[in-house]
Design a binder for this molecule. Structure first.
Ligand code: DWN
Length: 399
């Protein structure tokens, strides 16, 4: 049973960027309410949208659009090969192959439901199943490959509604001594940073170690190590094994993280009620900043057409009256309009920030990469607006 603690209003599909013609038609909006389930210490959106509506042949997000992620996945592949040297590596949610391209084609399998991305890894020469992850697929893969000793998934498990089916399928396919590695945004970081934009229709869950432990227990699996990551505003990497597998010992990191999470109150509904109030204040403060700047005729753009900012803009009612345009490098987003708020997305180039006074950090999770890239403009007076950890115009940026 989920108990609601936050109402983020009516929201369109976060990655459904619109053509000009589509902005003139009626858009579909859904309630975005967030709740807490005390049995699993699990936080989830309360109304889910069928996956096929979101992950289709036009899914626009590409991991390769950020240098931070390209480097991150390169380093991670080296680590996985060094630590595990898998005979068969399977990635759930392989997107455009940004991680996979670092692995041996003969020993790797991609699983990706979005046709446009699955086509890319197929073209690259990787065996790609263009499918949603489920038991039927796991059975099909097992028939062909017999054992898979490393299953990896970044920012995909949190997108799948039926977690029972997810873990059942993983347990079925994973070899006895195999390892499952999952990475997803950390609930603790999300609460500490007030980053309520981690909630949108694609992000069904924001996990904590507390919740992961409880979920896996039902499937005779356990987390034996956990690492704090800086990606996506703070994520956790869970190293998971079957309970019967004695090859890996439970690391100290598990108790440390569980302690941090319970100390913060991630197991108590009260903590989420407080977060909900904080978010309501954040909304008012952020809107105030935009309205004040607009009164002074400042030119404001948004940096990155993120799914996250769909939540912020629609919740705070920040639209094309307050933001001139959104800048982005993704081919499938450029020339379109943001869902719900209809702000034009323009192709980023080196001159895009000329004569711009303020840029909203939609891609706040890449702020270091962005600040480095824009240091010339920052030195010339460009200022950034952010909503995390609190709505503000960032005073000082060291570049
Ligand atoms: O879980 C998810 C995460 C991993 O990615 C998905 N559900 C959807 C997506 O969420 P997002 O859109 O909030 O992700 P990002 O990675 O914060 O998106 C960054 C956006 O900003 C991309 O469209 C690329 C763009 N960008 C850019 O134009 N110039 C990013 C950087 C760093 C840049 O310099």
């Amino acid at each position: 049973m989920y108990k609601q603690f936050l109402n983020l209003g009516r929201q369109p599909l976060a990655n459904k960027f619109l053509t000009k013609a589509q902005t003139l038609k009626k858009e579909v909006f859904y309630d975005l309410n967030i709740g807490f389930n005390s049995e699993y210490s699990l936080v989830s959106i309360l109304k889910t949208i069928p996956s096929k509506k979101m992950f289709n042949d036009k899914y626009p997000y590409r991991s390769s659009m950020s240098n931070t992620i390209i480097k991150y996945f390169y380093n991670l592949s080296k680590k996985i090969i060094k630590d595990f040297n898998p005979n068969c590596f399977l990635e759930i949610g392989s997107n455009d192959g940004t991680l996979m391209k670092n692995f041996d084609k003969k020993k790797s399998i991609c699983v990706e439901p979005c046709k446009n991305h699955a086509k890319i890894t197929t073209r690259m020469g990787y065996k790609t199943y263009q499918n949603f992850w489920n038991l039927k697929l796991a059975k099909k893969i097992k028939k062909k490959y017999k054992t898979v000793d490393l299953i990896y998934s970044a920012n995909a498990i949190s997108h799948i509604n039926d977690l029972k089916s997810v873990f059942k399928a993983i347990r079925y396919l994973l070899s006895e001594k195999g390892v499952l590695i999952i990475e997803d945004p950390s609930l603790l970081n999300c609460l500490k940073l007030g980053s309520y934009d981690q909630f949108y229709n694609e992000h069904i869950y924001v996990f904590s170690l507390l919740s992961m432990v409880k979920l896996l227990k039902k499937h005779d699996m356990e987390v034996y190590n956990v690492e704090q990551l800086s990606t996506h505003g703070g994520s956790l990497r869970y190293y998971i094994k079957k309970e019967s597998n004695n090859k890996f010992k439970i690391q100290k990191s598990i108790n440390n993280q569980l302690l941090k999470e319970t100390k913060y109150g991630l197991d108590k509904f009260k903590t989420y009620k407080i977060f909900g109030k904080k978010v309501e204040n954040s909304k008012k403060e952020l809107k105030k900043i935009f309205v004040n700047l607009k009164k002074q005729n400042k030119k404001i753009v948004s940096y990155g057409a993120t799914a996250k900012s769909c939540t912020v803009f629609n919740y705070c009612k920040i639209g094309n009256d307050l933001i001139d345009c959104v800048l982005d490098t993704t081919p499938d987003k450029v020339g379109k309009y943001t869902p719900g708020t209809h702000i034009k997305i323009k192709k980023y180039n080196k001159n895009s920030l000329k004569n711009i006074d303020f840029a909203f950090l939609s891609a706040w999770n890449f702020k270091n990469e962005i600040f480095m890239k824009e240091k010339k403009y920052i030195k010339n007076g460009l200022k950034f607006i952010t909503h995390t950890p609190n709505p503000q115009i960032i005073k000082k940026i060291n570049v």
